[in-house]
Design a binder for this molecule. Structure first.
Ligand code: SAM
Length: 292
């Protein structure tokens, strides 16, 4: 496949297309955004921020990068690549010659980089572009180190800074979901692949940090039909990790919401563990934008 530069970024202030001019992106109304030395662009104006430093902190981002780079979640990345490939391969999939992927809440870019590499090495003549979006600046700074051909953007899933109806496939892995934002960004017939934890995800860790462990199903998506989506496919995957060591247990705890939810005793108990084998239970759901 051919990799091309995404050309559908839009000004977060007025929604006009952004054009590249030297080291800046500029819209027709003269709003300019610098391309940072590290290669990413910040399209999160202060009026779209709800806190000073939104999204994951540098500590969380580095812990996640460390954990994911060890390959423990490789099967999740492989499944994502398989499902994305199927969407652009089969007859019910996306047919245009140019396909824009957006990772909404891409974090430090592990999954999107992996998807990029799978698709880049695939036979075919289609032009693929990739936009990785996250509200966390430290996450995007790390992501920009992974891959120089993906456009990495600091921005929000609530108002993705892309032209309306310009994205073919959105992936959202354990990310913040905004169906309103996704609907605006997607072309008619565009797809979303949502990756969410299943009821037994990381149950061994949860059994250590909580006194009571709940089995929570992924959210019921029946409401999406009312907002112009249909669910095409649901695919759960479950596997056991190898034994992870104390450092990886610590990283895992920091990169998940459990770090904030657990009591100090719970966190201490997890941090004392020398090894742990974990159940990974994840549900992949593919949605299609049908319109209303
Ligand atoms: C649990 S992490 C998942 C990161 C990545 N998808 C992964 O699985 O490795 C959630 C990510 O969503 C980002 N995030 C939170 N709110 C967001 C928003 N409104 N728009 C875009 N990203 C957001 C966080 O900064 C964080 O990087």
């Amino acid at each position: 496949m051919n990799i091309i530069k995404a050309h559908n970024l839009a000004c977060p202030i007025d929604g006009k297309r952004l054009e590249s001019e030297g080291k800046q992106l500029i819209c027709e109304n003269g709003h300019t955004f610098d391309v940072a030395r590290q290669g990413y662009v910040n399209l999160l104006p202060v009026q779209h921020k709800r806190t000073k430093d939104p999204g994951d902190s540098k500590e969380m981002v580095l812990a996640r990068a460390n954990f994911l780079n060890s390959g423990v979640y490789q099967l999740i990345a492989n499944t994502l690549a398989k499902l994305s490939t199927a969407l652009i391969d089969n007859d019910t999939g996306i047919e245009s010659d140019e396909i824009c992927f957006m990772d909404a809440g891409c974090g430090e870019g592990y999954y999107f980089d992996s998807l990029f590499n799978t698709l880049k090495n695939k036979d075919g003549n289609r032009n693929l572009s990739f936009i990785g979006l996250d509200i966390s600046k430290p996450a995007i700074v790390e992501a920009a180190k992974r891959n120089k051909q993906i456009i990495w953007v600091v921005g929000t899933n609530r108002q993705p800074p892309v032209a309306d109806n310009s994205v073919d496939i959105i992936i959202c892995v354990f990310g913040f979901q905004s169906f309103e934002g996704f609907n605006k960004a997607l072309k008619p017939g565009g797809k979303i692949i949502l990756v969410e934890p299943g009821p037994d995800h990381l149950k061994e860790l949860r059994e250590i940090i909580y006194t009571e462990v709940k089995k929570t199903d992924p959210q019921d998506l029946s409401f999406v039909e009312e907002i112009g989506f249909s669910v095409l496919d649901t695919q759960p995957i479950q596997f056991k990790t190898c034994e992870i060591n104390n450092e990886q247990i610590h990283n895992l705890l920091i990169m998940t919401p459990h770090f904030y939810r657990a009591t100090k005793e719970g966190r201490d108990a997890a941090n004392k563990l020398q090894k742990l084998e974990l159940t990974v239970d994840v549900v992949f759901r593919t949605l299609e934008k049908t319109g209303l």
